[in-house]
Structure formats: structure tokens, C-alpha cells
Design a protein around this ligand. Structure first.
Ligand SMILES: Nc1ncnc2c1ncn2[C@@H]1O[C@H](COP(=O)(O)OP(=O)(O)OP(=O)(O)O)[C@@H](O)[C@H]1O
Length: 627
């Protein structure tokens, strides 16, 4: 197996009950495997929901197909017996008639079997594709509900990754399970025929198939635990492949000459995995051969018994072919079922990943009975002793933060890198909830409002905004995606953010595909992208607009102009601006200075200069740079 097809796996963690299974994956017992089969009903429900007609059609066809082998063997027996009696008796026309009818029936069955086989693969394919699409959509829908914090958790990410892979691989499970049931029914018919002659034959079959089943099961378990323990590395391999071969990284990879470093790392990791996997594959092949020889010996034991009975005249020639054929088929099918059973349970265990992912519930959600969102906001947003720590960090990103953002106020956040400015903004938009204290809106905790209402009333443009590889118009419309067909509004927003002059230069104007990776796509400069992204803030009819340094790539004149216009255009609305340029910051009504997650100063530009504290110091530092 190449690294590309390495099963997505997860490292042990104790967060969710199912994770226990991860830690024990080396000791997957029969009980675990049977327990994993418990996922199948839920899986079938999902498949059924995908398309009831295809599901039923597939099942019915397989039922008919299951009966064909036994019927065909039985007709074969009748044909041979008929031929034998005809050769003995000289053959009358009526007897020959029956013979030809039997041959025609056998022919009919062969055609029917082929046709049904084709129809089944067609239905499996259609159903599998539909199921994969439906699951991908559910996956995205569920991802949209989850918290930002959950995405930043490595264990969660592994789970998401594995679930994502389930969507394409599940067709295998679908065909596998359907095929298993079909084969079981088929074996039932054939075994009934064998049992009529001698029930001991069935026991002999069981003995013949058990060794290779045990062997295969053992090796499946080994591959499973190997691949499961490899999730983090597999993610790293994916990441290396992306960094090593992507339009977004090509520039830096070239400049810093990183390709050798990346490829070496990839090679080491992938070879390590390959080596481990190869070892398992080789011992599996060796043991598999040995155990199959044992099984074959069992089969020939039974064959000898059948042949002997035919020679002594205890059974007819037709019986001989029927029994030998049935025995061979039952053995083959049973082996198939048992072998597939271990891979089936393995698939069912992987299925657990998908269900685990769907079972993750967001912690940030709307209350059952939300308060109506104030329009207009009357008192503003009040931080009351707010503290916040990222899950994966011991440090408080923000602590003891108290201030009020009044309606209509223009607030600027100032502080050195890592001071907590972006974190404050994320808390306002409820991307996270505070660990300590509360944030109030018009006197009520923001958790009491509908989450969508809150977010609809807050427009945030982050410093790492997304450069959608879509049209220029869509790149602005994402600010209020419901208005994406409202061209005047898009153009108006572009005008306000100064993106109109950028778009005017594009060959296809607002329809212009942005991003080089698409045909006829045009790449913008950093500053041009920012003007387009800023347009998103104007698309939205928000009461609070937050700009988290989205202007850093603008030249000084453009940034000055953007903020002058911003102040005029957001008249009456509250705004929060994060910028490291004091020429911008000083335009705000009030400036909030953060240091190490704490509020150290708050006031207007003049007040803070007069205080001669941290702000004055930072201001002087920057001013000196311009002298
Ligand atoms: N997703 C995260 N997980 C863990 N820690 C984080 C995360 N995001 C930020 N931090 C940490 O929280 C602290 C505050 O980060 P924040 O992004 O709020 O700073 P900032 O003031 O916006 O910085 P900058 O000026 O560099 O944008 C930093 O120490 C940072 O390392």
C-alpha cells in the first residue's frame, strides 16, 4: 500500500468514550469485532435514506442471484442423469425433449445470472456514489455546526480526517455487506442440498475453511492497528505533499529551496510505513499459503468420499457432479464470507469513526429561547472581567478584561504581537466563549441571543481572510452570501472599500475568476486582495464592524484613505479596528491597549499620549521610525 492509501488513523486520547477503542486497537477482540457490527444498522439506515428504490432493488436482485448457483447445479445433475439414462436406454424422442429443456433452463439461468450480476454492480455503483455524496454533504453540514475550538484540536482533526475518508470508502462496505448476505443465502441453498446426502459433509467444510480464516483475521487485525496508529504521520504526509506541490506554497518552496527537505521528510516517513506494512503483507502471504493448503486437503478428503460412493453405485453420476460442485462452491463461498467477515468487521470499525465524528456536538450554540436581537443596539457590548485560554494552551490569552464598546463608537485595539487583540474579536463574535466573566450586549449575556443573529450583526474581516478562488464579485458577496445576486450592492461595497478600481482593471470585471489555479484566473497583489476582502464588510448590514488588520498590505496612503472612508461610511455603527499603524489608530474615538492579554490603558489618542504610558511609548517608537 502506498502512503496515499494509508488508512486515516487517530492517536489515543481519552476525550470521548470511543477513543478507548483506539488505545486498545492492538487487542481488537472478537467481541470488539462483533460490537462493531452494531454500526451496520445505522449504516444501512443511512444508505436506505440515500435512495430507498435503489436499496430495495439491489436487495431483491441479490436474493434472486443467491438462489441461482444451487438451482444451476441441480439442473446440471438432472442433465447428467438424463444423459446417462439416455445412453443406457438408446434414447426416445420424449426423453431427449426433456434433456433439451433442461439444457435450455441451464442456459437461461446462466444468462439471468449475468444480467442480474450487471444490474447489481450498476445499482451498487449508483447507490455507493449517491451515498458518498450524501455523506460528504452531511460531513460539511456538521462541520459548519462545530466550534472553531474543535477544529483546532488535533484529536478532533484526526477524527474529521478519518470521517472524510469514510465517505469515499464506504461503497466498499456497501458492496461487501450486500455481497456477504447474498453469499450466505446462496450457501444456505447449497448446504441444504449437501445435508440431504450427508450432514457430515458440512462439518468437513467447516474444518476446511477455518485455518485460513483464522490466519486472515489475525493479519487484518495487525494491519488495522498499524494503520490506525499512523493517523498523525499520514496527516503529516498529506501536508508535506501539499506543501511540496501546491500553487500557494510554490513561491516560498522555491525561494528557500525547500523541496529537497520536504521530499526527504516525505521519503523517510513513507518508507517507514511501507516497511512495516510490507512485513505484515509478507508474513500474511506465507501463512496464507500454508493455511490454504490445509483447507484444500480437507476439500479433497470430501471429494474422495463422494467419488468412492459414485464408484460403488451408491450415488448417480449426476449426484457426483452436484455434490462435488456444491462442495466446491460452499467451500469457496464460506471462505469468502469468513474472509470478508474480518474485513467487514474492520470496515464496520472504521465506520465508527464516521459516527464518532457525527456524534461530536458543538459547545457554542443558540439558547432554546433566544432574546430578540436589539436593533439598534442601545447600550453596547460590555466585557465583564473576561478571561480566555485556548484549549491547547496553559497561558491566558486574555484575562480580567473589562470595558464597554458603546453604540456608534469607533474603538481601536493596540498591542504587540500575541497581546490578545484577535482573541478579543473572536470572543465578540462567539467563535469562542469566555472561560471567565461574561460579555454582555445591552445588559444580557451574548449567549442569550441567537448565534446566527449575533454573527449577522457583526461583520469581521480577519487578517487571514480567505482568498476564495472564485469570481471577484463572489469574493465580495461572501460578506452577505444571501445577497450574492444583488449586483448593485456588490458594486457599492466595492466602491466603498476601493476595490472598484481593482476590479475595473480585470478583463472580466466582477465575473473575473481570481486565483491562478483556475483557467483564466487572475492573481491580485496583497493590497488588491485586501481591498476586495474589505468590500465584504460593507456587504453586510452589520451593527458592529470589525477590521482585524486587513489593511496591513495596503500602502500608507491607501490605508489612510480606507480608514477615512471607513469612518465616514460606518457613521452611526460601532467598529473595532486592529492596526499597528498609529496614523490609523488615532482616528478612533477610543483606543484600548492590550499587553500580555491584559488591558493596560484605555482612552482617546490625546488622553493616552497625555498619560505618557505604554501607548505613548509605542507611538513615540513608531514616530521615531519616520523621522
Ligand atoms: N488557536 C490558538 N490556539 C492556541 N493559542 C492561540 C491560538 N490563537 C492565538 N493563540 C495565542 O493567544 C495569544 C493571543 O493571540 P492573538 O492572536 O489574540 O494575538 P494578537 O494580539 O491578535 O497578535 P497579532 O498582533 O500578532 O495578530 C498568543 O499568545 C497566541 O499564541
Amino acid at each position: 500500500m502506498t502512503p496515499t492509501t494509508i488508512r486515516p488513523q487517530v492517536p489515543p486520547s481519552g476525550a470521548v468514550p470511543t477513543e478507548k477503542k483506539d488505545a486498545l486497537s492492538d487487542q481488537l477482540s472478537w467481541r470488539d469485532r462483533f460490537a462493531a457490527l452494531g454500526n451496520l444498522p445505522a449504516f444501512f439506515r443511512l444508505v436506505w435514506e440515500t435512495s430507498p428504490p435503489l436499496f430495495v432493488g439491489d436487495a431483491l436482485l441479490r436474493l434472486v442471484q443467491a438462489a441461482i448457483p444451487a438451482a444451476s447445479l441441480y439442473i446440471g445433475k438432472l442433465i447428467i442423469d438424463q444423459v446417462v439414462s439416455l445412453t443406457k436406454a438408446g434414447g426416445s424422442t420424449t426423453d431427449t425433449m426433456l434433456l433439451w429443456q433442461l439444457v435450455a433452463a441451464e442456459f437461461g439461468l446462466a444468462i439471468l445470472s449475468t444480467a442480474i450480476g450487471r444490474a447489481i454492480s450498476l445499482m451498487d455503483g449508483l447507490l455507493g456514489d449517491k451515498f458518498a455524496n450524501a455523506t460528504s454533504i452531511r460531513l460539511m453540514e456538521h462541520a459548519a455546526e462545530l466550534d472553531l475550538e474543535q477544529f483546532e484540536d488535533a484529536t478532533f482533526y484526526d477524527k474529521l480526517e478519518r470521517a472524510r475518508r469514510q465517505t469515499s470508502g464506504r461503497t466498499v462496505l456497501l458492496t461487501g455487506v450486500f455481497g456477504q448476505v447474498q453469499q450466505l443465502i446462496s450457501v444456505g441453498f447449497l448446504a441444504a442440498g449437501l445435508a440431504v446426502y450427508n450432514p457430515w459433509l458440512l462439518l468437513l467444510i467447516a474444518v476446511a475453511v477455518t485455518p485460513s480464516f483464522i490466519g486472515d483475521n489475525y493479519f487484518n487485525k495487525k494491519s488495522y492497528s498499524l494503520s490506525r496508529s499512523w493517523t498523525p504521520e499520514r496527516r503529516e504526509l498529506d501536508y508535506l505533499r501539499y506543501v511540496g506541490a501546491s500553487d500557494e506554497t510554490a513561491k516560498e518552496v522555491k525561494i528557500f529551496g525547500l523541496s529537497g527537505f520536504l521530499i526527504d521528510r516525505f521519503r523517510v516517513l513513507s518508507n517507514e510505513y511501507l516497511g512495516k506494512n510490507q512485513a505484515i503483507a509478507m508474513s500474511r502471504a506465507a501463512w496464507g499459503t500454508l493455511l490454504t493448503v490445509l483447507g484444500t486437503a480437507g476439500y479433497y478428503g470430501a471429494y474422495v468420499w463422494i467419488v468412492q460412493r459414485a464408484v460403488t453405485g451408491q450415488i448417480s453420476l449426476g449426484d457426483l457432479t452436484f455434490l462435488a460442485g456444491s462442495f466446491r462452491q460452499v467451500r469457496g463461498s464460506l471462505e469468502g464470507i469468513l474472509l470478508q467477515f474480518s474485513s467487514l468487521t474492520q470496515e464496520a470499525i472504521y465506520l465508527q469513526d464516521l459516527f464518532d465524528y457525527f456524534a461530536i456536538k458543538p459547545l457554542i450554540h443558540s439558547p432554546k429561547t433566544p432574546l430578540p436581537f436589539p436593533r439598534p443596539v442601545r447600550e453596547g457590548f460590555t466585557f465583564e472581567n473576561v478571561g480566555f485560554k485556548y484549549t491547547n494552551s496553559e497561558r491566558w490569552a486574555l484575562r480580567g478584561l473589562s470595558f464597554t464598546l458603546k453604540p456608534g463608537e469607533k474603538l481601536a485595539l493596540v498591542g504587540e504581537n500575541g497581546a490578545g487583540k484577535t482573541t478579543l474579536v473572536k470572543l465578540l463574535a462567539r467563535l469562542y466563549d469566555p472561560a471567565e466573566g461574561r460579555i454582555l450586549l445591552d445588559g444580557h449575556d451574548i449567549r442569550n441571543y441567537n448565534l446566527d443573529d449575533l454573527r449577522r450583526n457583526i461583520g469581521v474581516i480577519f487578517q487571514d481572510y480567505i482568498r476564495f478562488k472564485m469570481s471577484a464579485g463572489t469574493n465580495i458577496a461572501v460578506g452577505d452570501i444571501d445577497e450574492r445576486t444583488n449586483q448593485p450592492r456588490i458594486e457599492n461595497s466595492a466602491q466603498r472599500s476601493l476595490a472598484d478600481s481593482v476590479i475595473a482593471k480585470l478583463p472580466d470585471g466582477y465575473q473575473q475568476q481570481l486565483g491562478k489555479s483556475f483557467n483564466k484566473g487572475v492573481e491580485l497583489s496583497g493590497g488588491e486582495w485586501q481591498k476586495v476582502a474589505l468590500g465584504r464588510a460593507y456587504m453586510r448590514d452589520a451593527q458592529l464592524i470589525i477590521l482585524d488588520e486587513p489593511t496591513a498590505a495596503l500602502d500608507a496612503r491607501a490605508e489612510y484613505e480606507v480608514f477615512q472612508r471607513f469612518n465616514a461610511l460606518t457613521e452611526g455603527k460601532s467598529s473595532v479596528i486592529i492596526s499597528h499603524r498609529f496614523s490609523t489608530v488615532r482616528m478612533a474615538n477610543r483606543i484600548l491597549v492590550l499587553e500580555g492579554g491584559r488591558l493596560v490603558e484605555i482612552g482617546s489618542h490625546e488622553e493616552l499620549l497625555a498619560q505618557n504610558g505604554r501607548y505613548a511609548e509605542l507611538f513615540a517608537l513608531q514616530a521615531r521610525g519616520y523621522q
